[in-house]
Write a protein that binds this ligand. Structure first.
Ligand code: ADP
Ligand code: MG
Length: 626
């Protein structure tokens, strides 16, 4: 056996002490930071009392500005005022162009990766711009909380791919933040409403923001959220409503289509405020200053607004239908609907979405703060401010992680459905005298045999100093971080030699494949248990056969001919059944061989004692051991 298990140790628990943690919603239009204070998760305001930070950075040779201050420069200095940078994260210029995003900057194309944005203070990558937004939020939090942040949870859309997630993490690192985990925005919203405390259910998260619409269907099972489907429209948001309202105003006020740029911006601002006011009032009055000092005044009512926005709301229901279809469910199977994003403040949106899913949507938590609040709750748990009982079960390992043992068997180190992050260590030892290396083969899956699992990686620990079998202590640690990256390390404890490797277990596995692997293991449980049993007996048979052969080679002369024949017959029998499929027969053959070799073993023992004592007097041994 290459490795033998000798001890098992669980995950070490962190000491209890309050640490500052925060949740960050890094949005396309607005960003927020929230934290749990006195057991309440709340978004943190800036010095002027704003909770929302517009996701805009203005670069200038004097001073870089972020948020509201930067927004003020959108008109006068559009090329250096960077907004909606989230759309560029982790994307190449080609991707950005195909999504139909219209961004008014000057891009510097890169042969690889994200394009740079040309500004007066140099070319900026989307990661740098995002980092500037994060730095602002970090400072806000550290001032308000009165201490350094230990860690943050940053939210990302559920559909973000690896490159987009990595770019988000890079921005955080650049901002000097320790990212505990990236969390899907819909999952964060569900956590904010405490839906993770429910036993089970299917939830729709309808997120209608400034520039994008996303719908996600989540399935909660034993506290774990699984994304069943996502759909959306990356070019549909509150901004579209503003444009429609602005066009309506232009018609009413007889403003020509080729009005000056600053008029368009002013119009859009008026349109947006009117839209927002109508979320709480029935009517509002519009006031515009036109060319040559003329004024225009008009009334704008909810009915007029509805005429403009109903087609936009209808457009969001198409992805909803698609998501239901992809998830393979009907709206009758939906337990609850959660509203996210500033645009869901509109009563009309709530009404139409409620009708569509035939249920009253959750709106109690401010829809533009709900994602940050959920992230803050999660950050608080991850940083260790909650006891284990309160621990939310969130991202889990979909398939068990283990390593290959003798006989092609799998030793599971981290079981499937274990919450991440997690670290587990197990100690092993060498089997042979003087064994200088061990092979660590890391596999993933539920089956008992290596050949039925997915091979993730292999590496070797070499240079183990010569020791007798069983003396070396090799500690193998499996560590999965919050993003699902697996690090496996092996260290021989006596000599300290060490070797490690990092892999991404989920890489290249689709949900369908994971499901198939799980189903496979269910279907083969019975078969696998007996196969494991068989392999274990075979390994034991090999050990016994090897031991007997070397004993015979050394001490055959201690046996009479008939005794030798009897042992040989039992050995032959074991060799014969060893390659069969009957674990029970191998076990019996081992027992039989054990029985017929007992006299032989006793004589060898006697002889070795005699040899050791030869030439010595008995009392010599006694004094030595006294
Ligand atoms: P994102 O997730 O894209 O960063 P938000 O969730 O912050 O965006 O949503 C911003 C959008 O919400 C803007 O279009 C804004 O006009 C809209 N919005 C905010 N408050 C209201 C309101 N009271 N009524 C209607 N729309 C609103
Ligand atoms: Mg958002």
């Amino acid at each position: 056996m290459a490795l033998l298990q000798i001890t098992e140790e669980g995950q070490s628990t962190a000491p209890h002490q309050h640490r500052f943690a925060a949740g960050i919603d890094l949005g396309t239009t607005n960003s927020l930071i929230a934290s749990v204070r006195n057991s309440i998760a709340e978004t943190l305001p800036d010095e002027q009392g704003h909770h929302l930070l517009p996701s805009i950075v203005h670069y200038s040779s004097q001073e870089n500005r972020v948020g509201h201050q930067a927004k003020a420069f959108a008109n006068q200095d559009p090329l250096n005022t960077i907004a909606s940078v989230k759309r560029l994260m982790g994307r190449g210029l080609a991707d950005i162009k195909t999504t139909g995003t219209r961004l008014p900057y000057e891009f510097v194309e890169q042969t690889q990766g994200m394009p740079l944005i040309r500004t007066v203070v140099g070319d900026k990558s989307p990661v740098q711009v995002s980092a500037d937004i994060l730095i602002d939020l970090k400072q806000r939090a550290e001032t308000t909380l009165g201490g350094e942040l230990t860690g943050v949870v940053i939210t990302v859309p559920a559909y973000f791919d690896d490159a987009q997630r990595q770019a988000t993490k890079d921005a955080a690192t650049l901002a000097g933040l320790n990212v505990l985990r990236l969390l899907n925005e819909p999952t964060a919203a569900a956590i904010a409403y405490g839906l993770d405390k429910n036993a089970e259910g299917v939830y729709v998260i309808y997120d209608f923001g400034g520039g994008t619409f996303d719908v996600s269907i989540l399935h909660l099972q034993r506290g774990v959220f699984e994304v069943m489907a996502t759909a959306g429209d990356s070019a549909l948001g509150g901004d579209d409503l503003d444009r429609k309202i602005a066009q309506w105003i232009m018609q009413q006020a007889n403003i020509s289509d080729n009005a000056e740029h600053h008029h368009i911006r002013e119009l859009l601002d008026i349109a947006r405020s009117a839209k927002e006011v109508l979320s709480i009032q029935e009517t509002t009055s519009l006031n515009m200053t036109l060319e040559e000092g003329n004024h225009w005044q008009g009334e704008f009512s909810r009915d007029q607004l509805y005429e403009l926005i109903d087609p936009v709301i209808q457009k969001t229901l198409l992805p909803c239908r698609r998501a239901l279809r992809d998830a393979g469910i009907t709206s009758a199977e939906i337990n609850e609907v959660v509203m996210v994003g500033g645009s869901t403040r509109m009563p009309r949106v709530r009404e139409k979405v409620g009708e569509f899913f035939s249920c009253e949507p959750h709106v109690d938590i401010d829809p533009d703060k709900v994602v940050a609040i959920g992230a803050a709750l999660q950050a608080d748990v991850l940083v260790g401010n909650k006891s284990g009982d309160d621990m939310l079960l969130l991202d889990v390992i979909p398939l068990s992680l283990g390593m290959e043992m003798m006989g092609g068997l799998v030793e599971k180190i981290i079981a499937r459905n274990t919450t991440i992050p997690i670290a587990k260590a197990q100690e092993f030892t060498t089997f042979k005298d003087g064994q200088a290396a061990i092979a660590v083969h890391v596999v993933q899956g539920e089956r008992e045999l290596v050949t039925d699992c997915r091979s993730l990686t292999r590496f070797e620990l070499r240079g183990i100093p010569p020791m007798v079998a069983g003396a070396a202590r090799i500690r193998v640690t499996f560590q999965v971080d919050a993003d699902g990256l697996l690090n496996v390390s092996a260290q021989e404890q006596i000599s300290g030699i060490h070797s490690e490797i990092t892999v991404k277990p989920s890489y290249g596995l689709t949900d369908g494949e994971i499901e198939r692997m799980l189903k496979d293991s269910m279907a083969h449980i019975q078969e696998d248990v007996s196969l494991r049993n068989l392999r274990e007996q075979q390994v034991e048979a090999d050990r016994v056969i090897n031991a007997l052969r070397s004993a015979l080679q050394a001490d055959r002369r201690l046996l009479k001919q008939n005794e030798f024949l009897e042992i040989n017959q039992a050995l032959d029998n074991l060799l014969k059944v060893r390659n069969g499929q009957e674990a029970k027969m191998i076990k019996q053959a081992i027992e039989q061989l054990d029985e017929v070799t007992q006299t032989f073993a006793a004589r060898r023992m006697d002889e070795s004692i005699r040899k050791a004592m030869a030439g010595h007097k008995v009392d010599e041994f006694m004094t030595e051991t006294e």
